[in-house]
Design a binder for this molecule. Structure first.
Ligand SMILES: [Zn+2]
Length: 403
């Protein structure tokens, strides 16, 4: 066998778990295809960033792409903004926003009834709000939006306006240092003007009439300054693509120079069309050296504490993975970005199982894909930032250190 030249990196978001009774959802699920990859590959466990570090999906994905999040991560705002298609410029201040429901100054619903489409409201804000800086405000999925302030003398060193809990008053934005006072004032002015626009917008009149919570305020968080970064193609000399359904992962891909390939029917939930994503990923390998495929649903089940749903979703993923098992001339890597244990209902620092299949691999004795079996495999225990260097060597794309 020759050397694989391409890489398919599959991230089963939050799939990794802890035993419930005595088994994890991965151990309980019916998953012959994932088990085949384990049998044909080398297995191990992997710490997201480092042992004991509990990561968000953004930080975890940056580390999987080989970047040191301690050096490159500067807030979720720039990633969300890239994810909705805003063309970012160095020095921009980017934020993620929620449409929310406020009554007498108190937040009663942080997600405005998880509204489905906020494009009309976002457009009204973009057109109506006038600030002492350039404003770009764009809708994202559901109740989410992204915002960019552009101009001189701006700073991301400001507090969030999100009280984080319902039943608490809306917070105003505060400057953390003297250099950010002007930015804080602009953001508070933005909130005031948006609330005026939203208050009497026909969409909200209609929502109130039909008993739905109106989207009458905007919560701002995740402030980050847009900096120059070394893109994935610049760093590795590989042409890459990203296939994902959540704005954050799409944003990471776009921001780091991967081509975003949209998939019809991909939702980011357990109802997502996994087969369509797999098909797109395999097609993308025709004209890309590297494809990042993120499948989100298991993370949601973990956050919601739904063990049945998580286990069944793993089996659903497995059914769609048959074409991946047979891929040739490609390194197939299957892992998770972090664990989202049912019992924790949030991300934990537990290491995740990782497996690599392809030519030249030192196949080990692991027979199934799960957290416990993987720990006995030939990769032993690595950190997610180690993954890209290992893969680059396996595709024979590294320089020798020394003579
Ligand atoms: Zn995640």
């Amino acid at each position: 066998m020759g050397i694989a030249r391409k890489i398919l990196l599959v991230v089963l978001d939050g799939v990794s778990d802890r035993p419930l009774d005595d088994k994890t959802p991965l151990q309980m699920a019916n998953k012959p295809n994932l088990d085949s990859i384990a049998r044909l590959g080398i297995n191990g466990i992997m710490d997201p960033v480092a042992p004991g570090i509990r990561t968000g999906s953004d930080v975890a994905h940056l580390a999987l792409l080989g970047y040191d999040p301690y050096k490159v991560y500067n807030g979720r705002g720039p990633l969300e903004a890239a994810g909705v298609g805003i063309q970012l410029k160095k020095g921009d201040i980017a934020f993620r926003c929620n449409f929310a429901t406020m009554k007498d100054g108190i937040i009663v619903d942080r997600r405005a009834g998880r509204m489905r489409d906020n494009s009309e409201l976002a457009k009204a804000i973009q057109e109506g709000v006038k600030l002492d800086a350039e404003l770009i405000f764009k809708r994202s999925t559901g109740h989410r939006a992204a915002m960019v302030l552009r101009g001189k003398g701006l700073s991301s060193n400001v507090t969030s306006s999100d009280p984080k809990h319902e039943g608490e008053p809306v917070k105003s934005v505060h400057a953390i240092g003297p250099e950010s006072e002007r930015t804080a004032n602009i953001l508070n002015e933005f909130i005031k003007q948006s609330e005026n626009i939203l208050e009497n917008h026909p969409i909200n009149t209609e929502r109130k009439r039909s008993g739905k919570p109106p989207a009458n305020t905007i919560l701002i968080r995740g402030a980050g300054t847009v900096q120059k970064i070394e893109t994935f193609p610049e760093r590795y000399g590989l042409k890459g693509a990203v296939i994902a359904a959540t704005g954050l992962i799409i944003g990471i891909g776009i921001r780091y120079g991967l081509d975003y390939i949209e998939t019809e029917g991909a939702t980011g939930g357990v109802d997502s069309n996994i087969s369509a994503k797999v098909k797109n990923a395999i097609n993308a390998l025709n004209d890309h050296d590297f494809v990042l495929l993120n499948i989100k649903g298991a993370d949601e089940s973990g956050h919601d504490g739904r063990i049945e749903e998580k286990t069944q979703f793993i089996s659903k993923i497995d059914k769609a993975f048959e074409p991946i098992v047979g891929l040739e001339d490609t390194l197939v890597v299957v892992t998770a970005d972090h664990s989202t244990p049912i019992a924790v209902r949030d991300h934990s620092a537990d290491p995740v199982p990782v497996m690599i299949k392809g030519s030249g691999i030192r196949v080990d004795n692991v027979r199934t894909y799960d957290e416990i079996s993987a720990a006995t495999g030939g990769l032993n225990r690595i950190c997610s930032m180690d993954l890209m260097p290992i893969l680059m060597d396996l595709i024979d794309n590294t320089k020798k250190f020394g003579a």
